[in-house]
Design a protein around this ligand. Structure first.
Ligand code: FPP
Length: 247
């Protein structure tokens, strides 16, 4: 296969890629392994994709690592995922720093188990000065939760007389989201053949290009990321205009 990386136009690399990492469980089941081993293999993909993204100049990578709905999984799997997160963050800090990766997180973090939250905070603190790529982990995240939270904050300000309802702008709303300060993703990838958004970044992906692949997350690596970027680069992003209006 020709080198996919060399086919990427460096001037059109998305600034922000968001990924719904799906299919760890089915990957493991296909191999007759426990689901947890699928998640462990998924960590390898996280590492490979983060490095590849950094190499080609992606500035933000947001990974859906745990949704608020994931608490409904069997308790043993939830515990295993939380331990895996702690272990991974602790084990990766040195490499994150070596590669210039700043770790951050979005979601209802306060509701995470204390040990997970503590490790996450340490990871964020120890990598805060890196500026090559920002790795955003969506943890205990739900788009509806953050949209409601933003609405409540703005409603409180209206109630306090600080703000008129018709003064509420897109920028003001965005400021209340957990992603404030992060540009919207231009590309959203979902692995494992499912074609839905599952309560992920609903506001932020309003204009994102969507890329769905049948590949299970543990099999998604550097070349799969490059294929998704090449697909993105071959699309025409019109933002409501017609082709002739685009320069
Ligand atoms: C979806 O596969 C995956 C998850 C819910 C968890 C993703 C977590 C990791 C890759 C490991 C930890 C991540 C980081 C960032 C350190 P699934 O279990 O829904 O698969 P299935 O649909 O086949 O059951």
């Amino acid at each position: 296969m020709s080198d996919l990386k060399s086919q990427i136009n460096p001037d059109k690399v998305p600034q922000h890629i968001a990924i719904i990492m799906d299919g760890n469980g089915r990957w493991a089941k296909q191999k007759g392994m426990p689901r947890v081993l699928g998640h462990r293999s998924g960590v390898k993909s996280v590492r490979e994709v983060t490095e590849a993204a950094a190499q080609i100049g992606v500035k933000y990578l947001t990974l859906y690592a745990f949704s608020t709905e994931n608490w409904n999984r069997p308790p043993a799997e939830v515990m295993a995922l939380m331990s895996l997160l702690v272990e991974t963050i602790k084990g990766e800090i040195r490499d994150l720093n070596k590669n210039g990766v700043r770790l951050t997180a979005i979601g209802d973090l306060e509701a995470l188990p204390p040990s997970t939250l503590k490790t996450l905070r340490e990871g964020i603190e120890k990598t805060k000065d890196n500026d090559r790529v920002t790795l955003v982990l969506a943890l205990n995240y739900s788009a509806k939760w953050e949209i409601l939270r933003a609405t409540r904050h703005l409603a409180e300000r209206v109630k306090a007389g600080e703000l008129q309802p018709d003064e509420i702008s897109e920028a003001m709303f965005e400021h209340e989201l957990s992603t404030h300060g992060i540009p919207d993703p231009e590309l959203l990838i979902r692995t494992s053949g499912e074609a839905r958004l599952s309560n992920f970044l609903l506001w932020q992906v309003a204009y994102a290009e969507l890329y769905f692949t049948p590949i299970f997350w543990p099999d998604f690596g550097r070349d799969e990321l490059f294929k998704a970027i090449l697909s993105y680069q071959n699309r025409e992003r019109r933002f409501g205009m017609i082709s002739e209006q685009l320069t």
